[in-house]
Design a protein around this ligand. Structure first.
Ligand SMILES: Cc1cc2nc3c(=O)[nH]c(=O)nc-3n(C[C@H](O)[C@H](O)[C@H](O)COP(=O)(O)OP(=O)(O)OC[C@H]3O[C@@H](n4cnc5c(N)ncnc54)[C@H](O)[C@@H]3O)c2cc1C
Length: 465
């Protein structure tokens, strides 16, 4: 009798899941397992919003598995002893998993593979990237640090593959091992702020695919619409991609399929695929430069004189009380929905790191705790890019002006009014502007910083490094 354990992590789906697919093809019985492993400094250290997402995603996966006569086994603890215990109690002959790429998990998984190989067959696969981070390198064998040549090389290497179907059979052993109830993982907060946040989301594999298919018909406008935070101009797939409810391979495949009958959407949807390329790039960078998880890629920033007395301004930024309408709209959107529009992510990150000189790691940590799509590779990359200390980074003199950005990308103030109701009555010109002393608008704060002087101070400091 061959029995496979499929160890699921960031691949919470049944379709296009190579580990699950191969397990079902090779073995007579299959046991899908998720382990809540508190591995330090790894992607397992989820922030509060992501933990909520994970709770619902595990539930959705279990329901899906039950319709196929199987179920998800949940365990808590260090992965190796949990897997060893499961192998011993079930007589499993094979263990399958899809790779995750943060440095701590990679090291753990290497050790687990070497250990388990002594007693059973172990196989790992790529399920969350278009190409492995080590597959696309420069001609001299070194990793890319600039996106455009990286993406050209990716396209040359090939990004289109046929996604795998859902396994046809997934026979569970007669005596499935015990599972913890999902509540026992303690992923939901004790004070239930999550219910309001989750009104904005449908979680799980079916919802992810529906969202992709609903987005494609509006893809022709993506290039312009993706910059307008008041519109639903992007796919909002990031949490689904992060937890592997859908794979980038599926996203690219369905996009290409759609383009065959809708060539007019070519330019918009190629741009969308390229954005998925930025996700690949961030994984490429984290894999080849693992220290960037904590330190800037540009070593000169190790000695940058960041502010150290920033608690008060940080708190105003976190609460969406900076007095800059577009920033406050973004920070409140984040708090209420667990997501923020990409354009606004760049604007709020620029204010924090450049005008307020708060270290990028502090902003990255806040995003990690509050985003449902918090992703170590993409988050670190986004913060270092905006702070000017990462790969292909925004040059030091690019300091986003939140008023000009707001006027350009939210011209009617629709996004601002949605999230900052106290500015509702302002006209389309005034809605972008900070409150001025004596203007009578008591329930909206004065600006947290003077844009002109803080910009000059940042430019002076950045020029010196
Ligand atoms: C400071 C900062 C922090 C960020 N933190 C994260 C994070 O923790 N997790 C995360 O998934 N993205 C992060 N991003 C990237 C980007 O903002 C989100 O991926 C995007 O807003 C998700 O919305 P969407 O799915 O509608 O994107 P779409 O525009 O529909 O793009 C499709 C997919 O492409 C990928 N993508 C798009 N833009 C980027 C990008 N700039 N970098 C990497 N991947 C991208 C995402 O997986 C996204 O779901 C960050 C950006 C910045 C500036």
């Amino acid at each position: 009798m061959t029995i496979a354990i499929v160890w699921l992590r960031q691949d919470l789906r049944l379709a296009d899941n190579p580990a699950l697919y191969q397990a079902c093809r090779t073995c007579e019985q299959v046991i899908p397992v998720f382990i809540d492993d508190p591995l330090p400094s790894s992607i397992s250290q989820l922030g509060a919003a992501s933990r909520v997402w994970l709770h619902h995603s595990l539930q959705a996966l279990d329901t899906h598995l039950q319709t196929l006569g199987n179920r998800l086994i949940l365990r808590k603890g260090a992965a190796l002893p949990v897997l060893q215990q499961l192998i011993a109690s079930t007589g499993a002959t094979h263990v399958y998993w899809n790779r995750v790429y943060d440095p701590a998990s990679l090291a753990r998984d290497k050790h687990i593979k070497e250990t388990l190989k002594q007693t059973c067959e172990v196989h790992s696969f790529n399920a969350s990237l278009l190409n492995e981070p080590w597959e696309v390198l420069k001609a001299d064998g070194t990793p890319y640090k600039v996106f455009t040549p990286f993406w050209k090389a990716m396209l040359k290497h090939g990004i289109q593959q046929l996604p795998l179907p859902m396994p046809e059979r997934m026979v569970a052993p007669a005596n499935l091992p015990d599972s913890l109830p999902v509540d026992a993982l303690g992923l939901l907060p004790t004070i239930r702020w999550d219910t309001d946040m989750m009104i904005h989301w449908e979680v799980g594999e079916a919802a992810a695919m529906q969202k992709l298919l609903a987005f494609l018909p509006q893809g022709a406008d993506y290039k312009e619409a993706r910059n307008l935070p008041a519109q639903t101009g992007t796919a909002r797939l990031s949490p689904h991609l992060h937890f592997g409810e859908i794979s980038p391979r599926q996203a690219v495949y369905h996009t290409e399929h759609y383009l065959q009958t809708h060539p007019e959407a070519d330019s918009g949807l190629r741009h969308f695929v390229q954005e998925i390329g930025w996700r690949e790039f961030s994984y490429h960078l984290l894999y080849h430069f693992p220290h960037t998880q904590e330190r800037a890629l540009d070593a000169r920033f190790d000695v940058f004189p960041w502010a150290d007395d920033y608690a008060a301004v940080l708190s105003r930024w976190q609460q969406g009380q900076t007095g800059f309408p577009i920033i406050d709209a973004g920070m409140r959107e984040l708090w209420q929905t667990g997501w923020m529009h990409n354009r606004v992510r760049m604007i709020v990150a620029s204010l924090l790191t450049k005008n307020l000189l708060v270290p990028w790691q502090v902003g990255e940590q806040w995003f990690r705790d509050t985003l449902v799509d918090a992703d170590l590779a993409s988050n670190v990359f986004g913060w270092q890019w905006t702070a000017g200390c990462g790969a292909d980074a925004a040059p030091y003199f690019r300091i986003f002006n939140p008023i000009l950005q707001s006027q350009k990308f939210d011209p009617e103030g629709e996004y601002i009014r949605r999230w900052v109701p106290e500015l509702h009555a302002r006209d389309n010109k005034q809605v972008h502007l900070p409150r001025e002393l004596g203007d009578g608008l008591r329930d909206y704060p004065l600006p947290v910083v003077d844009l002109k002087t803080s910009r000059e101070r940042a430019l002076t400091l950045f020029k010196r490094i």
